[in-house]
Design a protein around this ligand. Structure first.
Ligand SMILES: Cc1cc2nc3c(=O)[nH]c(=O)nc-3n(C[C@H](O)[C@H](O)[C@H](O)COP(=O)(O)OP(=O)(O)OC[C@H]3O[C@@H](n4cnc5c(N)ncnc54)[C@H](O)[C@@H]3O)c2cc1C
Length: 402
């Protein structure tokens, strides 16, 4: 934890590790949250709170709100119809190859050091184009062909695939969701990968050593790699916005977790408009590349099969957006523009679940932006009620979960 020292040395913060929020209690009829129940597998404790910010991640924040809505239907009745609905992530995959007229152009699209970190360029569409063409936001970047498909005939990609396919090693290299997406579906092409490896073992070992050095021994650490080729042909990765639709949602299950709290059921769905937007954006990028004489796109399937190819690759779960959406009024969302739950004066949600739309990427940046805005909103409020702040600190400071 990057800020553990600051937290330990702060007199204003009491950090309760291992304490899971299990329940929220409202003061009936007042529009106020009164207390929360924290628990671990041995004990539970209910404490009074003056203000509560739920920052439990996209799905867990929503689960807690679903439990609250279930316990207090009169408080939640106006926003209950949107709570859990409009679950969005992103839509991502590869349906085309990018062919560069001058293979050296890849240097412009590869990772480069920018100050004290690595960066890489992406293709995006201009705002006016998105608006005029009524497209969802999207970004593209040059990428390696899928590791799992041994037809790439590249020994280094096969070596990386073999490492990732061994869970014990792969989980140390990448987060599990990303590892699984690189390993791809079974049946695995193990013979094909081994054959790629033995064709040029020395160059594979040399390239693998360089890759490991760049990723683990250098500073800044290189977050990924592109294997350059003389044909100037690369996979084109897209990462796009997903429309909010009611048919993509989460709800409470009947079975319970080890703390006796109902689990969440996830029913995550894309719609065809998500996919058609992705295909049309490819067409626009292709046109621009040709007009600028930089290159062109070559689709991997027939035109008729493009939308279904996008749909077949569509999966997420990494980014958990939209299930407690922000809105002006309680009939169309759960929180207002300050992340305050409609109808409750002292409950705030700080999570990507408040996003009403998904954009094309990087929810964490926006969560942090909301955190700053909420902090200044609450600071202004607490400055006006100084005595309450002291009371709040005393209450929290006296609690310990064992
Ligand atoms: C594989 C992967 C790749 C990603 N890549 C990117 C990326 O490139 N860019 C990007 O912007 N985002 C990325 N994300 C998304 C990013 O991780 C999230 O947006 C971000 O972590 C959300 O931060 P958060 O603090 O809201 O929630 P979290 O990071 O989920 O933190 C929530 C915390 O609350 C705790 N908690 C949950 N429930 C309870 C409870 N009931 N009681 C007490 N504590 C609780 C959890 O233990 C956790 O510590 C990625 C996610 C994954 C899984």
């Amino acid at each position: 934890m990057a800020y553990i020292d600051e937290m330990q040395n702060s007199e204003a913060i009491t950090l309760l590790l291992g304490a899971t929020l299990r329940e929220i209690h409202l003061a009936e009829g007042t529009g106020q949250l009164r207390a929360i129940t924290l628990a671990d597998y041995k004990t539970s404790r209910t404490i009074n709170v003056q203000t509560c910010i739920l920052a439990c991640g996209g799905l867990e924040t929503t689960r807690i709100m679903l439990l609250l809505a279930q316990s207090y239907p009169s408080v939640s009745q106006r926003w209950a119809s949107t709570l859990g609905r409009f679950y969005m992530g992103h839509i991502s995959g590869k349906i085309a190859d990018l062919v560069l007229r001058d293979p050296r152009t890849i240097a412009e699209l590869d990772f480069f050091v920018d100050g004290d970190h690595f960066a890489r360029r992406r293709f995006t569409l201009q705002k006016d184009t998105l608006r005029n063409e009524q497209l969802l936001n999207i970004a593209f970047w040059a990428d390696n062909p899928p590791f799992h498909d041994a037809k790439h005939r590249n020994g280094l990609l096969s070596a990386v695939w073999l490492l990732l396919a061994i869970p014990f090693i792969g989980r140390r290299l990448l987060s599990e969701g990303v590892r699984v997406s690189h390993v791809g579906p079974s049946p695995f092409q193990i013979a094909g990968h081994l054959s790629n490896l033995v064709k040029s073992p020395f160059s594979v070992i040399w390239s693998a050593m360089q890759l490991l050095r760049d990723r683990y021994l250098c500073s800044p650490r290189k977050p990924g790699f592109i294997i350059r080729n003389n044909a100037g042909r690369y996979a084109l990765h897209y990462h796009a916005e997903q429309l909010p639709t009611e048919s993509s949602f989460v709800s409470l299950a009947t079975d319970k977790d080890s703390l006796g709290v109902q689990r969440l059921v996830v029913d995550f769905n894309y719609c065809e408009l998500d996919a058609t937007s992705v295909v049309r954006a490819h067409d626009i990028l292709d046109r621009s590349l040709r007009e600028a004489n930089v290159g062109y796109l070559e689709y991997r399937t027939s035109r008729d099969a493009l939308v279904s190819s996008v749909m077949a690759q569509a999966s997420d779960g990494f980014h958990q957006l939209g299930t407690t959406r922000m809105s002006k009024d309680a009939n169309s969302g759960v929180v207002d523009e300050n992340c305050k739950v409609h109808g409750l004066d002292n409950l705030f949600l700080l999570s990507s679940s408040v996003f009403p739309s998904s954009g094309q990427a990087n929810p964490t940046f926006q969560i942090v932006a909301f955190a700053f805005r909420l902090a200044s909103y609450l600071t202004a409020q607490f400055d006006r009620t100084q005595s309450s702040v002291q009371h709040f600190d005393r209450q929290i400071g006296s609690v310990r979960c064992e």
